[in-house]
Each structure stands twice: as C-alpha cells, then as structure tokens.
Design a binder for this molecule. Structure first.
Ligand SMILES: [Zn+2]
Length: 289
C-alpha cells in the first residue's frame, strides 16, 4: 500500500511494511536533488521520528487517521526531530532522551546546506507530555550522537534504528561522532537478534543481526587501521585518502562536515581521549643523582 501527499516542494508517502508497521517516506525537492530522503515509521500507533521541518503540515495530514498515540524521537538531528516542537505545541505525547530534549530547547545553529535540504527546526518550548510506548522499548544506542536511541519491538523482532546502521561501510562521519561507542551500540543491537531493521535512510533492512555485526567488524578494523597509521606519523588527510578513499559528494556538499576526513578526526579524537595518559616523567632532584 502506498498513499502519498506529494507536491513539488515536499513529498510524504506512506508504505505498509507489514501489518501494524508503516514507513513514512519524507523528502524535499532539494533533498531529492542530492539523493537524500528520510523515513519515519509508525509501529503499533507510535510514530518514530518526526521528519524535517519543511514537511510539517504534510506530515500532519499524512498521519491523520492513523491513530497515532505518541511519538518517539531517535535523536536531535533535524531530519528526525524536525517537527518535535510543532507536535509538542499541539499537545502530542513525545518521548526522547533527556539530552535530545535539552538540545532541542537550546536550538543549535546548523550549517546552511542542512537548512537548504531539511530546514531549521523551531525551538522546543512546550513541556513534553510523556506516554508509555509499551510494548515498544527504548534502547540507548549512542555513537552517531550521544542521545541516539533505538526502538525495539520484541514481538516482531524489529529494531527501528534511526541512524545506527545506514550501511555496512559508511566512509563518512561527523567529527562529533563516537566511532568506538557506535561499535558497542552495533554489537548491543545485534545481540537483540533483530530480523528487520527500520533504517531512517535505507528503509527496511533484512538479515539485520548479521549486517549489524558486519558493520561493527568493518568499523572496528577501520578504527584500528586509522589509529595505527596515525601512530606511524601519517597525517589525517593522508589516512583518510588511504583508508577511506576519495571524498564522496556528501563530503563536498557539506563542506567537509560529513566526510572521510571528519571520520578520521572522530576516530583520532576519541582514541586520544580514551587512551592511557602518558607516563608522567618523575623529576629527579640534583642531590639524588
Ligand atoms: Zn542523524
């Protein structure tokens, strides 16, 4: 089944994934132009993610009549949390990580290309009205962002995974990402043994547990290679080129915000923060010599 509300500006298309599970595909003309779209999902009457700001009124039209009882936001990025403020203003029940809520209340600036593709979210002002999403469970899966949260449907063995997966070999990242925590989250998600991932950008992904493990393995090996080349004295730019290859279109369009070089920086920054502190040289007093 597919029903849509598609204008030249934004597009909202509802697709049945399986009984009780609907994919809400959202795109803007500028996003389609560069090949970006994002999906929210409705599982048992719970909306998971709210899309980007430009799609606000079309999203409301599309979910009308779907008997949505509340929404969960996977993380603060504008293509996931973009309509959280609008839904909160309307008294719509919302659940999100505390850090996601404080970020939306602070309303950080975003780079121009993200404003062009998605729009900048309004500041979250209204208090949150909580609801119980049971039988769905929230699973903390940090790494992509600190607030990143998955939604687990144990009966169906479906994990609504936000931006956890995106593909096995994703060769770009944001500098603020935590690749080490992402590896741990991928392993934790795989340990749930999901049969299906509902990925925000890739759509439904089958054979989910093995793909999560494959990504964890690739990411761990890539981290190790980046760190050992850095210890050998290679520059971040040389490492990015050697380990991750040429910059992709997204690296260029985002002016390096999501790039191979930012991936290397994220690994090295995290590695420096978590490695053992250097040995403190004991000063020796002259009289001891
Ligand atoms: Zn994201």
């Amino acid at each position: 089944m597919s029903r849509g509300n598609s204008t030249g500006r934004v597009s909202v298309v509802l697709e049945a994934v399986e009984p009780g599970v609907t994919r809400v595909r959202l795109s803007s003309w500028s996003g389609r132009f560069v090949g970006y779209e994002v999906s929210a999902y409705i599982v048992d009457g719970v909306l998971i993610d709210t899309g980007f700001p430009r799609v606000a009124s079309d999203l409301l039209d599309a979910i009308e009549g779907m008997k949505v009882r509340g929404a969960i936001v996977t993380h603060w990025h504008e293509d996931h949390a973009g309509n959280a403020a609008m839904l909160a203003d309307r008294g719509f029940p919302l659940v999100m990580h505390a850090s996601c809520e404080s970020t939306l209340r602070a309303r950080p600036a975003i780079r121009p290309y993200r404003r062009v593709v998605w729009g900048r979210p309004d500041r979250l002002v209204a208090p949150l009205r909580a609801f119980d999403p049971a039988p769905l469970e929230l699973v903390p899966l940090p790494g992509h962002t600190v607030d990143h949260t998955g939604v687990w449907d144990a009966r169906r063995r479906i994990l609504v995974s936000g931006d956890l997966y995106l593909g096995v070999k994703v060769r770009v990242a944001h500098r603020s990402e935590s690749p080490g925590r992402l590896v741990a989250s991928l392993r934790a998600a795989a340990a749930l043994e999901p049969r299906l991932l509902l990925d925000a950008h890739r759509g439904p992904v089958t054979d989910a547990a093995s793909k999560l493990r494959a990504k964890a393995k690739w990411l761990e090996e890539t981290r190790r290679e980046i760190m050992s080349r850095s210890e050998a004295g290679d520059t971040p730019r040389a490492i990015a080129r050697r380990v991750l290859g040429r910059e992709l279109l997204v690296g260029i369009l985002s002016a390096g915000e999501y790039s191979a070089l930012a991936f290397v920086d994220a690994v090295l920054r995290e590695g420096a923060a978590t490695s053992r502190p250097p040995l403190v040289r004991t000063s020796v007093a002259p009289s001891d010599r």
